[in-house]
Structure formats: C-alpha cells, structure tokens
Design a binder for this molecule. Sequence first.
Ligand code: MG
Length: 271
Amino acid sequence: MKKVVLAALVLSIASCTEAEKPEPTQEKEAIGSSVIVHEEYTGVEPTKPEETEFYEPKVPVVTPSVNGSVPSDAIVLFDGSSLKGWIRSKDSTAANWHLNGDGSMTVKDKTGNIQTKQHFGDVQLHIEWSSPAAVERDGQNRANSGVYLNGMYEVQVLDNNDNPTYVNGQVGSIYKQHTPLAMASVPSGEWNAYDIIYRSPEFNEAGEKIKSGTMTVMHNGILIQDHVEIKGNTPYTGWPKNPAHGKGPLMLQDHQDNSRVSYRNIWVREL
Ligand code: MG
C-alpha cells in the first residue's frame, strides 16, 4: 500500500515539475530580479588559484591601540591634557567641564553639553566613561550622560548597575530607538569603553533622507548594537526627526542632575 502511495506521489511531483518548468528565459529573469549576483564571480570560473588573488590597491598599515594607546591614524579628541578642542554646545564658548589631573574630565553640572570644534561624518569612535562609585538616585537620574554622534544621535551613558529603567533608554541604547543586545557595564566607579562605528544618513537636495545612517556599538568589547538603523534624532519626548545635515561634532551630555560622569581617552578614525 505504501509503495503505491509513494509511486503516485512521485508521479504527481514529476508531472507537476514538468508542467510548471519555466522557459529558460523566464527562469533567468526570475533569478535576476530576486537573487543577488556578484558580478566579479560571474563568467568563466578561474581554474588557477592565482587568478583569484589581488595585490592592489595596497592596504594602509595602522599601528593599533595597545594598552590604551591611540591608533596611528586616529584623531585624538581628548587625551586629558586640555579641553581646547571642545566648546559649549549652547553658545560655542570654551568648554568648562572639570579637567581632572588623571587624564579624565568630568561633567560640570548644569553648564550644558560640550562638543568638539571639529566636525565629522563617518567615524570609528573610541571613548571611555565612568560613573561615580558613590551612587546617587535611581533610574534615568543615576549618572546619566550620553555620547552624541554627529551631534544628534545619542548612545546612552547611564549607571545601570542594579538600577533598572526602560530598556530602550538603558546604558548602551540608541536612545529610545534600539535596546542594547546586552548590558555589559563594569562596576560603578570603574572605566567603561564604547567603540562605535557610525555611518551618516544621506539626504537629497530637497533635504529628504534617502538612506538611513547606521550604528554598531561595542561596550567593553561586547557587541551591543549590531549595525542598527538610525531612525532619526533621539529626543526625550516625541518621534525621531530627520533634519538634513552634513558633518557634525561629537557631543557629550550634561544631564543637569549632578551625574558626575567622567570621560577619558577619546579618539576617532575617519572612515
Ligand atoms: Mg543620556
């Protein structure tokens, strides 16, 4: 009995396949419209290994970051020696956050955000931050700061240790857009590192966004944002907006509630 059913099934599939088999041209069109074809791997396939090996263009040599050093092709934004590369965001006067003697700076409460004088587009950013060991307050009011790429897209800085809050606003979130994949903070008072790859959105001449920006974030070496789409700016209230822009500064947030967040060792590589 089983054999009969199986035979009928095979016959049925065979006849169906035969009847629905598209003409070669139709099949090609279907593939062309739905399958990604890599031009460089089409045509006659090479038969020698050397035919698929390239020597130009040469790859630039970069001395990497080792034990806190700066990569050889990076632009240093803050090395602890001064705030001369930074201004207050609200009036462009000299940044006046606390410059500590240990290579770090600390938010000067209620003086406002600060930002780099230099503007950037696509970057790889390295920045280290710490929240105070002596914790104060809860939720969004415990050591809240933020790293704004292009001056407008916030990667949240927050002391989330035993301090739950809304997950799309917790440490490592793209604020109110993307919840981080993991919470990878070190204990309060120790130094965290963010390594961020930022790609700018693109706008047409009418000022409309035609391609979203993206962000990838590593928090202490842990992937927490995986090439996520930036849906607009990152306001506290309301939807993300998409004003057209070019390059912009790196901005750091004064949350104006005595966050006492500190930063150090900030550099970018332009991409
Ligand atoms: Mg913040």
